[in-house]
Design a protein around this ligand. Structure first.
Ligand SMILES: Nc1ncnc2c1ncn2[C@@H]1O[C@H](COP(=O)(O)OP(=O)(O)O)[C@@H](O)[C@H]1O
Ligand SMILES: Nc1ncnc2c1ncn2[C@H]1C[C@H](O)[C@@H](COP(=O)(O)OP(=O)(O)O)O1
Ligand SMILES: [Mg+2]
Length: 206
């Protein structure tokens, strides 16, 4: 009895994801992260976790926390690090038993997010850097805004998100470049041609 309880206490939910394969998907707003992740899920069976989607689900739940998050996202700002990291961690644990690997889309958005992720979860083996010109991103987001219903797909918020991307998120790429795990993807091309580059990067992992 005593032995059994001791063992129970030592089993943490985090243990389930300790050795998970992790791919960070980083790029500006509207660069095509979500589009490419969907195709990776289809071909490789990885689990796609988008920080933005997780946050929007919390907003849709109507919770008090969701209301606070909505106000931040509407302004194009970043939500608190702990909130988004906890959501990703919980979602990873929930999928750990059936997942071949995780695509973490939209995270890290600043270097500190990467550092905290590694402390609490683990290290990525690849960073897909989805790169498009700012004009392209704005054009795609304005188009997406016609149907997305997203509170942040409007001209004013798009500009703020782009500025924040260059200021806070691009340094993330330099941070991981020194580790040799960044693969830069030209996202100016048609979706399938972008995907070919993504496949090459993932296939080289094995
Ligand atoms: N390679 C591409 N060429 C043209 N349009 C694209 C391409 N990739 C994505 N899009 C479109 O651009 C918009 C933003 O793509 P999305 O995947 O939502 O980007 P992100 O998740 O990086 O914000 C979507 O409407 C999508 O259909
Ligand atoms: N890692 C993160 N840290 C803080 N805020 C985040 C976040 N990921 C998403 N958010 C918040 C702020 C973003 O402007 C908003 C939408 O994010 P998103 O859905 O990833 O955008 P997109 O796919 O257009 O790049 O959600
Ligand atoms: Mg997205």
């Amino acid at each position: 009895m005593t032995l059994c309880c001791a063992r129970f206490r030592r089993t943490h939910p985090e243990d389930k994801i300790k050795n998970a394969k992790i791919i960070f998907v980083v790029g500006g707003p509207g660069s095509g992260k979500g589009t490419q992740c969907e195709k990776v899920v289809e071909k490789y069976g990885y689990t796609h976790l988008s920080s933005g989607d997780l946050l929007r689900a919390e907003v849709a739940s109507g919770s008090e926390r969701g209301k606070q998050l909505q106000a931040i996202m509407q302004k194009g700002e970043l939500v608190p690090l702990d909130t988004v990291l906890d959501m990703i961690k919980d979602a990873m644990i929930a999928k750990a038993d059936v997942s071949k690997g995780f695509l973490i889309d939209g995270y890290p958005r600043e270097v500190q997010q990467g550092e905290e992720f590694e402390k609490k979860i683990g290290a990525p083996s690849l960073l897909l850097y989805i790169n498009a010109k700012p004009e392209t991103m704005v054009k795609r987001l304005m188009k997406r805004g016609e149907t997305s219903g997203r509170a942040d797909d409007n001209e004013e918020t798009i500009k703020k998100r782009l500025d924040l991307y260059y200021k806070a998120t691009e340094p993330v790429i330099a941070f991981y470049e020194s580790r040799g795990i960044v693969r830069k993807i030209d996202s100016e091309l048609a979706v399938d041609d972008v995907f070919k580059q993504v496949c090459q990067a993932i296939d080289n992992l094995k």
